[in-house]
Design a protein around this ligand. Sequence first.
Ligand code: NAP
Length: 289
Amino acid sequence: MTHFTGKVAVVTGAGSGIGRALSVELARRGARLAISDVDLAGLADTEALVKAAGADVRSDSLDVSQRELVLSYADSVAEQFGAVNLVFNNAGIAFTGTIEQMSFKDIDRVMDVDFWGVVNGTKAFLPHLIASGDGHVINISSIFGLFSVPTQSAYNAAKFAVRGFTESLRQEMLNEKRPVKVTCVHPGGIKTNIARNSGQVDGLDHDELAGAFDKLRAHLAPQGRRGDPQGSREEPTARADRCRCLGCSTSSCVPPALATSGSWLRSAGATVVGKCDVRAGLAVSRSAS
Ligand code: NAP
């Protein structure tokens, strides 16, 4: 997709952080928007920003883990706008605790939102993306979809699963010659509300964890960059159609906000995937301000 003017873009979890930054930038680039979230106050603020940017916008309360609601939402968006071109399955939550400490319910909740939410959004919109003749599904995984850390097992599992699901979908779309591009995004250390919105097992201090996340985020963000979800005002690189968007300091195409340091990845025992080769999807956030 070389431009966004007149394209219909769906963004879940649009009431905060990355989803808001994406929505505002898409609006600035002339997209028509369907935004949703469970945080209605945050969503209303995003809607106001998107409207101020001149976009045609529809705003809905939507819990991405509620499959039937997501299915009917997709049909309703397609009917209202006449087509759907871009779907950003962005809504997500975090939860901290060891596997010993966490209940099945805690794990289920993270999987329901972070994995099944992505599956629901992808499956619900896929027929509409195909019908548009010019579709793109962008699923937000995480740098924690590439390597695991203690106390994030459910989040790690969900984000690894998003990666597997999305990369398989990409191959299917290519094999079947479907007009749908597919991108999996792996942000690392973006300054959003995710830590403050996140849950934890009993006995852990919420504020302390949020503070620890801020420190980690600062470490993950490349030198001299703050990890803001808006990124910088550079030219977009959403033209290319690549598979995986990895935060990587060697990349010239990843939004700075999503970039992270290769040395940190190495010190965390991860395989550094080298130069990032993805310029699609979330790269649109690159020029937000
Ligand atoms: P955020 O600021 O917390 O925004 C996420 C939004 O999603 C919030 O408004 C949240 O509402 C909403 N949400 C939560 N559960 C939902 C549900 N079931 N249905 C619909 N919306 C729901 O977080 P963010 O950092 O922008 O995160 C966006 C995505 O990026 C997530 O998938 C996250 O895992 C991923 N990510 C973020 C980072 C980072 O460093 N920030 C790194 C890697 C990946 P509530 O406020 O009510 O929870």
